[in-house]
Design a protein around this ligand. Structure first.
Ligand SMILES: NC(=O)c1ccc[n+]([C@@H]2O[C@H](COP(=O)([O-])OP(=O)(O)OC[C@H]3O[C@@H](n4cnc5c(N)ncnc54)[C@H](OP(=O)(O)O)[C@@H]3O)[C@@H](O)[C@H]2O)c1
Length: 233
């Protein structure tokens, strides 16, 4: 039986690759982004929305439940970064980063959890970053938004634990996507130097962690944050 995935941020980057991967396995994927998607597949549906738009998120999750009658996996992937020293960061930037990274993950988790609670099964995977444990200068707002996601992951794991629903997060090292293309090369190199395994991350590294979390055999693993590259929490 095909699994039903909701994946946020599927127009490009990691989210698009995740969508293409699970579609290639025969799963159903419902994705979203503010911009257009060029994924064309019979088992793919795209919603144009901002993940912080509560009404749009409720509508997308309800429509998915109506069409497929269940949701097996939620991948809260949509995210934006803001690289700036705190003293030169406008409050509007902070609001935008938190709206997308934290409020978006919160809204999708809340709405999908309502469906998963009834079916007594589900997997929620959130997206963090090694910027949290590494306390990277210039990434205070981005890291704070992802720290909020980490706390949310741990508490939600408790709230949903007795209903067959697990909630975990993956914390990638730099992976070459649009998200990191404007970070100066020397900063990326300095970050990679702090890893136990000193190389760029790959899509397959993230996929491996997600596959582990969503595996049926991982039903006893929840509230965990797995960082890549050997970074410890
Ligand atoms: N790449 C890395 O090195 C790295 C490292 C650590 C963590 N991560 C995390 O991995 C996730 C994916 O990153 P990525 O590298 O794939 O970034 P990306 O290439 O910039 O893609 C981000 C995706 O999220 C969507 N998105 C952004 N804001 C949105 C909003 N408000 N509403 C709906 N969709 C939105 C974008 O589509 P639209 O712009 O069309 O809306 C796009 O599809 C993020 O959560 C990021 O923090 C990435």
């Amino acid at each position: 039986m095909s699994r039903i995935f909701i994946i946020t941020g599927t127009s490009k980057g990691i989210g698009k690759q995740l969508a293409m991967h699970y579609l290639s396995l025969g799963d159903v994927v419902v994705g979203c982004s503010r911009g257009k998607s060029n994924i064309e597949h019979d088992c793919y549906t795209h919603y144009h929305l901002d993940v912080s738009d509560e009404t749009a998120v409720i509508d997308m999750v309800r429509s998915t439940k109506k069409q497929y009658n269940r949701i097996d996996v939620l991948l809260n992937n949509a995210g934006i970064a803001a690289m700036n020293h705190t003293v030169t960061t406008p409050v509007k930037t902070v609001q935008t980063v938190f709206n997308t990274n934290f409020f978006g993950s919160f809204l999708f988790s809340r709405e999908v959890a309502k469906v998963m609670l009834k079916q007594k099964h589900g997997r929620i995977i959130n997206s963090s970053t090694v910027a949290v444990p590494l306390c990277l200068e210039g990434e205070a707002v981005y890291a704070a938004s992802k720290s909020a996601i980490e706390s949310f992951t741990k508490v939600l794991a408790y709230e949903l634990g007795s209903f067959g629903i697990t909630v975990n997060a993956v914390g990638p090292t730099p992976i070459p996507t649009d998200l990191v293309k404007n970070i100066p090369q020397y900063k990326i190199e300095a970050l990679i130097e702090q890893q136990a395994i000193r190389r760029f991350g790959k899509f397959e590294d993230i996929l491996n962690v997600i596959d582990f979390f969503i595996d049926d055999k991982s039903s006893f693993i929840t509230g965990q944050i797995i960082y890549l590259g050997g970074i410890t929490g």
